[in-house]
Ligand binder design. Structure first.
Ligand code: IMP
Ligand code: MG
Length: 439
């Protein structure tokens, strides 16, 4: 069977930790969208692993697959692999030949467009990893796929066309570039054909769809690891303050090459953080300011894994979670970071919005309308700090009463059962209430 993990909010919900815990019963962990804009953290017995491309399950020793829906920076890929090997792990990692390659000019153009937009105050606040420009080239049918790195003649032909195109774009829109090497065909060819050699030597490139379908049919357990979150989804999120891919569960099929039934027959777990964080621009109706935001940010370590930026903080937003539950069809919830809110006198949840004098239970489809929404809050008692290790060891029944009431309220509002609760970053601090994989 399959289990699909999807971020229910704005990324950084703690998906890496949940994937790591559930991977105990998985054979393969699959990434289906995004690239090295993701920052997934796994903590095992105090050792921290930060991954942005390699699927989080490899820390457990599962096979990792990077699906066709991903965009791949080979430099990050090999850096992460080398770092894991230096730490004594030897991941078995495959990558779809259909995944698209992030090139240096994509990163340059990502940042150039962000600074152009900043002049008009409409920057997205991207991670600068070239994600958007790479997906743009994929859709415009001028992208370069991983498999093409293995065929130097093909690679050269592709580069001749696309680099000239990008250079002209950079010249016309951004007065050229201060990184000429990112537009140098010979240099790009040499570097990327070199990555192709290494991919071939390590036998990493596969046709992932048939591989995954075969393994699923043979009874293997597949864990799909979504990156980013539903409100960053290019279709279902807060456009244009989104990423350029679809984190929602439907894309697990398209982005990996199995039929939607394979995903739908399994479990789909929405990962929720007990409050909100956002890196990058765009509205956030429940945003907090001042000391309270600083306190939560510091307790939760809410600084970007990829960019180090301080994250904006807000109260939990149920309209957002209702949309996420619908768009991905969650069958279970994982609620993280309950420990971070401990010690507050009271905590709030936006249970609805008020917009133009009317009550709304879901997020409106335009950024303008969402920015105009006033949260309707429900106040909950806070809970004291606890010995979270012992909570994790003993079970949900020893959660502070108010924390349990908060968690139970969320699950009942969404009408989806809790599958796991996280009370700390370590593997041992995630309580699995109902394991989505069969034994
Ligand atoms: P991009 O994905 O780099 O194009 O960035 C687009 C938006 O998504 C920005 O607001 C980023 O901060 C946000 N974003 C992208 N990846 C992540 C992530 O893994 N966690 C949180 N936010 C992300
Ligand atoms: Mg992250």
């Amino acid at each position: 069977m399959t289990v699909t993990i999807v971020g229910a909010q704005l990324g950084d919900e703690g998906k890496g930790g949940i994937v790591d815990v559930l991977a105990e019963r998985a054979d393969i962990v699959v990434r289906y969208q995004g690239g090295d804009n993701a920052g997934h953290t796994v903590v095992v017995g105090g050792d921290t692993y930060k991954l942005s491309l390699v699927p989080s399950g490899v820390i457990r020793g599962t096979v990792g697959v990077i699906g066709n829906g991903c965009v791949v920076n080979p430099e990050t890929l090999f850096d992460e692999l080398d770092t894991l090997r230096d730490r004594g792990l030897d991941p078995e990692l495959y990558i779809s030949g259909r995944a698209h390659v992030i090139m240096p000019y994509h990163r340059v153009l990502d940042r150039a467009e962000e600074s152009l937009k900043a002049d008009d105050d409409i920057a997205v606040g991207t991670t600068g990893r070239g994600i958007g420009p790479t997906y743009e080239d994929k859709m415009a049918r001028r992208g370069i796929r991983i498999a093409e790195l293995l065929y130097p003649d093909e690679l050269r032909t592709r580069l001749e066309y696309v680099v000239d195109y990008k250079q002209r774009l950079a010249d016309a829109l951004y007065d050229g570039t201060d990184q000429p090497s990112a537009f140098d065909v010979d240099q790009l060819f040499e570097t990327y054909a070199g990555y192709g050699d290494r991919l071939r030597e390590e036998e990493m490139v596969i046709d992932a769809g048939p591989y995954l379908a075969r393994r699923a049919a043979a009874g293997d357990q597949l864990l799909y690891e979504g990156a980013q979150g539903t409100t960053l989804d290019i279709d279902h999120g807060n456009y244009p303050y989104t990423t350029s891919s679809n984190p929602t569960a439907g894309y697990a099929a398209t982005g990996s090459g199995v039929g939607p039934g394979v995903i739908a027959d399994g479990e789909i777990i929405g990962v929720i953080k007990a409050y909100l964080s956002r890196v990058g621009e765009g509205p956030l109706p429940t945003e907090l300011e001042g000391d309270l935001a600083d306190e939560i940010r510091d307790r939760g370590g809410e600084y970007g894994t990829v960019t180090g930026r301080p994250r904006r903080i807000g109260w939990l937003d149920l309209p957002m979670l209702r949309d996420a539950t619908r768009a991905s069809g969650f069958t279970g919830l994982a609620l993280n970071h309950l420990d971070v809110l401990a010690g507050l006198d009271e905590v709030q949840i936006a249970v609805a919005y008020e917009l133009d004098g009317e009550e709304r239970m879901t997020v409106p489809s335009t950024t303008q309308a969402w920015a105009a929404c006033e949260p309707v809050y429900r106040t909950f008692d806070g809970w004291p700090d606890a010995d979270w290790d012992s909570v994790a060891e003993t079970g949900i029944e020893v959660l502070p009463d108010a924390a349990l009431a908060y968690a139970t309220f969320i699950a009942s509002e969404l009408d989806v059962p809790l599958a796991a609760v996280g009370v700390g970053p370590d593997r041992a601090q995630t309580l699995v209430l109902d394991h989505p994989f069969d034994d």
